[in-house]
Design a protein around this ligand. Structure first.
Ligand code: MG
Length: 375
């Protein structure tokens, strides 16, 4: 297939999926679904280029997984995402697959390629076996086709078809709208689309995630500043001084965020919330933590365990440790048995000993989100 590019659409926000993890990030063994699908294609077929469309917020992260593919940021709709990807296509043909159609049916794809000569787009379609009504009138079900992906299009036709402002739901309807030739081939029940969690059990090729765990470490230091509230783990501490900071200065949550980001390979807190960005001036660090948790869950991970040590000569934190633990447990939806908070002093040594500020160390352990628990 020296004249064909594969486009894999994996930019969806997956709101209908309704789980904390986006469907393109459900781990199959040790690979996210989008990578696993891309590799399934390349094991069976040879493409001149493979273009993977991801959410713009995730595209840099996706690039860490493989250097074999071209990564393109998605748009606000499937069509916009596809148009962005087509800019990278210079082959005669382009095969477009939604990552949600994750089982590769080799025979079906071979049927598609065999029928391309007379076509501008080749489309797999399923017949309807149930009786079909349109409003209150039965219709001839033999005339009904259920359209699947992948579809194989002449690249130049597809590019021209998508210049329209009309929002098409697939390539064939766009090409048909400009008078292109649509050729249908038999689809496959294996190409069932993953839309809701209930679909998981209907998709035979899905594999469970591996049970590997990943560990991240975070450390943060803040100096004291008089006459402002002090927050640690989202809990207000009863002293008349707080921390010098661009945000609310919750040094414990900052160390925790860095530990979490470290565990999943997502950089550091400064990358996500730059301290020269006015949006984060004075911000409640609990909100930063919630946003990081959403991101980490979204790309396929769940938090398994947190261990934190707060190094402070002052204030005394003994009476707050349990409240801080409860606070983190509530924000993170993680049982207290898996959140450990320790407080110690620096034996009067160094800047901590001179009571100039506080340092927090944190370790986080994460694993892959196991979708089998929810289906
Ligand atoms: Mg900080």
């Amino acid at each position: 297939m020296q004249n064909t590019t594969l486009i894999l659409l994996a930019a969806g926000s997956a709101t209908r999926f309704g789980l904390p993890t986006k469907k393109q990030w459900l781990y199959q063994g040790d690979k996210p679904l989008w990578l696993w699908v891309a590799e399934s294609f390349t094991q069976e077929f040879d493409f001149v280029k493979i273009v993977i469309v991801g959410a713009s917020s995730e595209i840099d992260y996706m690039k860490n997984f493989s250097s074999k593919y071209f990564f393109v940021s998605g748009g606000n709709s499937r069509q916009e995402s596809l148009s962005n990807a087509l800019k990278e296509v210079d082959s005669e043909w382009v095969l477009v697959n939604d990552v949600a159609r994750c089982c590769i049916d080799k025979d079906m794809i071979e049927r598609i390629f065999k029928n391309k000569e007379q076509a501008d787009v080749v489309v797999p379609a399923l017949k309807v076996v149930d009786t079909v009504y349109l409003d209150s009138n039965p219709v001839n079900r033999d005339a009904i086709k259920l359209i699947q992906t992948p579809q194989l299009s002449r690249s130049s036709m597809l590019k021209r078809a998508l210049e329209s402002n009309y929002e098409f739901t697939d390539e064939s309807s766009a090409i048909q709208a400009i008078g292109g030739r649509v050729v249908f081939v038999d689809g496959s029940p294996n190409a069932h689309k993953l839309t809701t969690p209930q679909d998981i059990s209907k998709i035979p090729c899905l594999k469970p995630p591996s049970n590997r765990s990943f560990t991240g470490f975070g450390i943060d230091t803040h100096a004291f500043e008089d006459n402002k509230p002090m927050y640690l783990c989202g809990v207000e501490i009863g002293v008349d001084y707080g921390f010098k900071a661009h945000s609310d200065g919750d040094v414990a949550i900052h160390a925790l965020i860095d530990a979490l980001l470290g565990a999943v390979g997502l950089g550091d807190i400064g990358k996500h919330f730059p301290d020269n960005d006015n949006r984060y001036k004075g911000i409640d660090s609990k909100e930063l933590l919630k946003s990081i948790l959403k991101m980490i869950n979204g790309v396929g991970f769940e938090i398994w365990h947190i261990d934190m040590t707060i190094v402070a000569q002052k204030p005394r934190l003994k009476e707050y440790k349990e409240i801080m633990r409860e606070s983190l447990s509530n924000i993170m939806n993680l049982g207290k048995a898996h959140i450990n908070i320790k407080a110690t002093t620096s034996e009067k040594l160094g800047f901590i000993g001179r009571k100039e500020g506080v340092t927090v160390h944190c370790v986080a352990t994460v694993g892959y989100f196991d979708y089998r628990r929810v289906v």
